[in-house]
Write a protein that binds this ligand. Structure first.
Ligand SMILES: Cc1cc2nc3c(=O)[nH]c(=O)nc-3n(C[C@H](O)[C@H](O)[C@H](O)COP(=O)(O)OP(=O)(O)OC[C@H]3O[C@@H](n4cnc5c(N)ncnc54)[C@H](O)[C@@H]3O)c2cc1C
Length: 426
């Protein structure tokens, strides 16, 4: 009988967890080893800035699969364990502590690491970032009504934290370097809508301003606090912006994006360029080594370009797609990217990928905050952004997939059902 094959997955979160499950679903009966630096089995991150942060969801509901299912499916979990080196030629993973794990196929699902600020005072206590469940719990402990938080960065994570903090009755200030919130993903007009949404709900939003420094709490002479200073245990009390604005606060949340966790791939000589470079089968430049999720920069056959996506839906689907490729099935991964964000009672969904566009057409009412913005390039739909209008997402996805020319006025006209355009566009 041939030896059982061993498939190793590094990164035990969404992409890695879904890949492990998919291997079993596809009938793989060799060893599946899931190595994760965090102590928890794979869990959902989206609630960490929303329901879980606000205390509306119990911890056990975060897990993507009941923890006992890993035992049932004979998926070996190595949690709280960092992989320190990979050798694609010798087909070995080295783990912290020196253990060696031979593999036949390897998946890198190492995700992203939060960017840290390096301005003066960045290491003060009371300054948080948000990526893991532990981060979310630390911030949740600070979310008491009446307290003052400064959020640095109005990308999706920062904007969601700001919304959750307001919903919990905190005084919220947000500093954003760009002219509008969510600027990286939306056009300025849509960003302006989000600026209004936050300001209407009482957030002090300062755009076009970066953080200059964090000031520590003032130590009163003779108060006994000098020993705190000696221990470096001082806490943030004020945020000073690039324009000189000083904002007093009780704590700070920094949400300035992530960098793909590519160290293992780089050290092994794999192609890396804004993430681990993979083809449409999720395979890296080393045969038998794959990558998926936030860390993967992949060629998208339908969009005709390389993209790296930092969203939930891609992590789960690409993880499962990589598993199929590891088993030798040659199915290109060509999911149309999709994500959502919830802030207050406003649901945003975005489907497609438009790095640039010629025209944006709006259906619905921006003033009433129920609308869809369609991003067109060369007369074809590239992306759609729906605010409180999720029904437009499915037909938009089909229109993007079809890639046929489409008349802007038809997208705009609410008397024409969007799904009726799908067949007409073929
Ligand atoms: C607060 C928050 C809210 C979000 N909300 C939304 C949302 O509303 N909508 C949406 O579409 N997306 C959202 N996302 C994004 C979504 O959660 C991510 O896209 C998804 O988690 C990516 O999954 P992943 O498995 O690729 O990477 P990750 O979730 O980053 O997991 C990678 C794992 O690999 C581990 N790892 C890294 N290196 C090693 C190593 N050397 N050895 C062992 N383990 C290692 C890490 O510890 C980590 O656990 C949100 C993310 C956050 C943080």
């Amino acid at each position: 009988m041939p030896d059982r094959q061993t498939f190793v997955i590094i990164g035990a979160n969404l992409a890695g967890g879904r890949a492990a499950e998919a291997l079993r679903q596809q009938g793989f009966d060799g060893r599946v080893v899931l190595v994760g630096a965090e102590p928890d089995p794979p869990y959902e991150r989206p609630p960490l800035s929303k329901e879980y942060l606000r205390g509306e969801l119990p911890r056990e509901k975060l897990f993507i699969t009941k923890p006992e299912c890993y035992r049932e499916q004979e998926i070996e979990l190595r949690l709280g364990m960092e992989a320190t080196r990979i050798d694609p030629k010798a087909r070995v993973v080295e783990l912290a502590g020196g253990a060696r794990l031979p593999f036949d196929r390897l998946l890198l699902a190492t995700g992203g690491r939060v960017r840290r600020l390096s301005v003066p005072g960045s290491d003060l206590e009371g300054i948080y970032e948000l990526r893991t469940v532990v981060d979310s719990e630390r911030i949740a402990a600070e979310l008491q009504p009446g307290r003052r938080v400064v959020v640095i960065g109005a990308g999706f994570i920062g904007a969601e934290v700001a919304a959750s903090a307001r919903m919990k009755g905190l005084e919220v200030s947000v500093l954003e370097m760009a002219p509008v919130p969510l600027g990286r993903a939306l056009i300025d007009d849509m960003g302006r809508v989000y600026a209004e949404i936050h300001r209407e709900r009482g957030v002090a939003l300062y755009t076009g301003e970066a953080v200059e420094r964090f000031d520590p709490s003032t130590l009163r002479p003779g108060s006994g606090q000098a020993s705190l200073r000696a221990g470096g245990n001082r806490r943030v009390e004020r945020v000073v912006s690039s324009s000189g604005r000083a904002i007093d606060c009780d704590f700070v949340v920094v949400g300035v994006g992530i960098d793909p966790a590519t160290e293992l791939a780089e050290q092994a000589g794999l192609a890396v360029d804004n993430g681990i470079v993979v083809d449409q089968y999720c395979e890296t430049s080393a045969r038998g080594v794959y990558a998926a999720g936030d860390v993967a920069n992949f060629y998208h056959p339908l969009l005709g370009e390389r993209i790296r996506v930092e969203h939930w839906s891609n992590a789960q689907r690409q993880g499962a797609a990589a598993a199929k490729s590891m088993l030798g099935q040659r199915e290109p991964y060509e999911e149309i990217p999709w994500f959502w964000s919830d802030q207050y009672d406003v649901n945003l969904q975005y489907v497609g990928h438009a790095a640039s566009w010629d025209e944006v057409v709006v259906r619905g009412s921006v003033d009433e905050r129920t609308f869809t913005a369609f991003y067109l390039k060369d007369g074809r739909l590239r992306a759609a952004l729906a605010v409180n209008r999720f029904k437009d997402i499915a037909p938009s996805r089909q229109l993007i997939r079809q890639g046929a020319p489409i008349e802007p006025r038809r997208l705009r006209d609410e008397d024409i059902e969007l799904k009726s355009l799908v067949s007409q566009a073929v």
